[in-house]
Design a protein around this ligand. Sequence first.
Ligand SMILES: [Zn+2]
Ligand SMILES: [Zn+2]
Length: 426
Amino acid sequence: MGIFNIQEITGTFKKKLLDFKASLGEAVRYGKEIPFADKDINYSLKLQNERLKEKGIDLESRIYDRDKDANKFLAGRKWKDSHYESTMCYSWCGIKRVVKKDGKWRYTDDKKSVIYETVTDVVSGEHPDNDPVNCPNCGMVSTIAGLQDGCSYCGTRFQMDDLFPKVSSFYFLDDVGMSKKEFWQGYWVFYFIAVATLYALCCVLRGEIFLPHNLIQHRSNLIGVLIGIPLGSFPIGYILYAYFLIIRMIVKAILSAGKMGTAGSRRAFESRMKKISPEFSYEYFTSKAISLIKTAIYSKNPQDLLFYTGRELDPRMKDIIDLNYGGALGCKSFKDEGNMVKVVTKAYFDVLYAKGDRIYSKSQVFTATFQRRTDLPVNLNFSMTRIMCPSCGASFDATKNKNCPFCENPYEITTDDWALVDLQYK
Ligand SMILES: [Zn+2]
Ligand SMILES: [Zn+2]
């Protein structure tokens, strides 16, 4: 994506993106399903809502508009396979979170943020009629053509518009950019620093302190001090401010480079995956990884999850009530063995904990290890809520059954998608 061809999202895409943004708070707080969001998102939101209920916590997260541009969604990176095309879209917003426990206020924060939503649509001209899809009404697995004729479980008929496009992943990032207002606030600080410095310099050079009475006695001082310094401070303040911004940017770049892990292993991983599936991208992998980590953490029994094959999770993770991606998924190491790839990542999150009555937020790093087969292409529309059984071809929801309900063969996640094989702190 070049900086000069930023595209604004319009039409159905925009409507669904905005609706998603508006529905998210209620989904977390009351467990309300979002109809045009992928089942995997709804599944993870449902688990988060259950965690809140279990702890007697009311988490109100209000996503609000920060300025008049807030209703705009811009298109970022795109990726596609033979049937589906995904676009990463983003929009500026603010999030205010208020946490109550047993009716008593416990915690509030308010952050400037950017919401990222991936919207997935059927590639125009393609008719993947027999692809499995979840019924937006009852959640059962059907096919795209089947739902247009009427769901065989609940009878509801759908138009293509109800099924696609849909939001297939999302996360928030803290907005580190500056608004115009903040830019000018920062400038005035440096302006007054320049005024004070020039004034002190004049006093030192002239060997006297310019107080109101000696300014009036000497006309030349009056002009120099009252006009020269305020005027001269405009460009000097600007130069000081520019240096400050550059240094701040360099420090931030160094800090985030540390988070990204080794660029070499990320490149090796990406090029290995592109050999299996040319449409593979690290962005796609990142949103997948975030979603698996969130689902594992919110789950009551992660070991019952289809995609989790690791040990029991650290008990501290049971106290997590909200989890926001911290902007980096570093690739620590990458191994290519037999017909498996194993990738170790460092995932940064802002975590909200509820330990007893204490609610607190903390930045945390998790080490998450993922594994996948290398002899099969990546299915970018894969979902654990609609599995196609490799033995008999029937479709089912694998969050409910690990065995195919039709032929009873056990289903192995690594046949089609990533498995999370380990998740721990640091
Ligand atoms: Zn249905
Ligand atoms: Zn089967």
